[in-house]
Design a protein around this ligand. Structure first.
Ligand code: IPM
Ligand code: MN
Length: 356
């Protein structure tokens, strides 16, 4: 099969982890006889420095013409500490999500048996935890207009907006996903306060009769934030709006032991995009310590979701699991002080795939 990939390394540790993930993609393509084509595109602070925009038109065209996008990370501290900056790297990520129509962000949360003791949570609570969070990605307060400041600069506002259509299309995926799993769907909202949340509930209730075998429950976001670490095994499929999903999944990452191993897939209208859920981790840039596993597992999701190549995806997952259980890992998940560099972990995983 011909695999046509847009590769967007972005900022911070992005280029280092993307290099490892791309090596894995190359090895898998070779092993399973696929013809790999890839092209690099600029995004984020890197793109602002080079061409003045965080998501240049050329990058958008590259993504539109690819079968999948493999993405590293976006963000640079020089913008975080400058609230007045006119262009920000994150705008590139949001624009990319919007223009590619990536309304569904799938974030699987599993506990790895050999990492149970890396989590600050008790082993018996997380052992066997396995759920997915489906985060709405192109609506809500991230995109609602108006957003801005009053003329005197003393008032600021954001707007949270959702239409029934936007809610329906993400809930539909949630119901379908639950159908393929343990048949339980938790809609997380703040319906006791927010009008948008009440529209989410109403829409979910209207759809429920079409999915009679799915157990539907609602949970307020504050309660969900507690339940997710108090009793993570309660959950199967969580579906929620943009910002709640952002916060909840960072929190949920403690179940797996590190943000450095969690992948995600964003799907919707145009080309699907695969990216780690962590950010650009500026403090680690260039130090060869960033964990490449989240991006490597994102590449696995790419094979599975964008190319429907399950065996290829599985070979990556298997190699990653093996690297974790044999403790060939970066410092964030290492146990007894012995840790490996970003490239050593990547190389080990490539070699394992080649040899098995
Ligand atoms: C994420 C990130 C982004 C988000 C930031 C970098 C804009 O935190 O992908 O989770 O909030 O969506
Ligand atoms: Mn986030």
């Amino acid at each position: 099969m011909k695999l046509n990939i847009a590769v967007l390394p972005g900022d911070g540790i992005g280029p280092e982890i993307i290099e490892q993930a791309l090596n894995v993609v190359k090895v898998v393509s070779e092993k399973f006889g696929h013809e790999l084509h890839y092209k690099y595109g600029l995004t984020g602070a890197d793109a602002i420095d080079k061409v003045g925009q965080p998501y240049p038109e050329e990058t958008h065209q590259l993504c539109m013409n690819a079968d999948a996008v493999l993405f590293g990370a976006i963000g640079h501290p020089k913008y975080d500490n400058d609230p007045k900056a006119k262009v920000r790297p994150e705008q590139g990520l949001l624009e990319m999500r919007k223009r590619l129509g990536l309304f569904a962000n799938l974030r699987p949360l599993v506990s790895f048996p050999s990492l149970l003791d890396k989590s600050p949570l008790k082993r018996e609570l997380i052992e066997g935890a396995d759920f997915v969070c489906l985060r709405e990605l192109t609506g809500g307060i991230y995109f609602g207009k108006p957003q801005g400041r009053s003329e005197d600069g003393k008032t600021a506002y954001d707007t949270c907006i959702y239409t029934v259509e936007e809610i329906e299309r993400i809930l539909k995926l949630g119901f379908e996903m639950a159908g393929k799993r343990r048949k339980k769907l938790t809609v997380v909202d703040k319906a006791n306060v927010l009008a948008t949340s009440r529209l989410w509930r109403e829409t979910a209730l209207n759809m429920a009769s079409s999915y009679p075998d799915i157990e539907l429950e609602f949970m307020f976001i504050d309660n969900a934030a507690m339940q997710i670490i108090q009793w993570p095994k309660h959950f199967d499929v969580i579906v929620t709006e943009n910002m709640f999903g952002d916060i909840l999944t960072d929190e949920a990452s403690v179940i797996s032991g590190s943000l450095g191993i969690l992948p995600s897939a964003s799907m919707g209208v145009h080309t699907s995009l695969f990216e780690p859920i962590h950010g650009s981790y500026p403090q680690a840039t260039g130090k060869n310590i960033a964990n490449p596993i989240a991006t490597i597992l994102s590449a696995s999701m790419m094979f599975e979701t964008a190319f429907k190549l399950e065996k290829e995806a599985e070979s990556i997952r298997k190699a990653v699991e093996e690297s974790i259980s044999q403790e060939i890992v970066c410092e964030d998940i290492s146990k007894d002080g012995q840790s490996y560099g970003t490239n050593e972990v990547g190389d080990w995983i490539c070699k394992y795939i080649q040899e098995h």
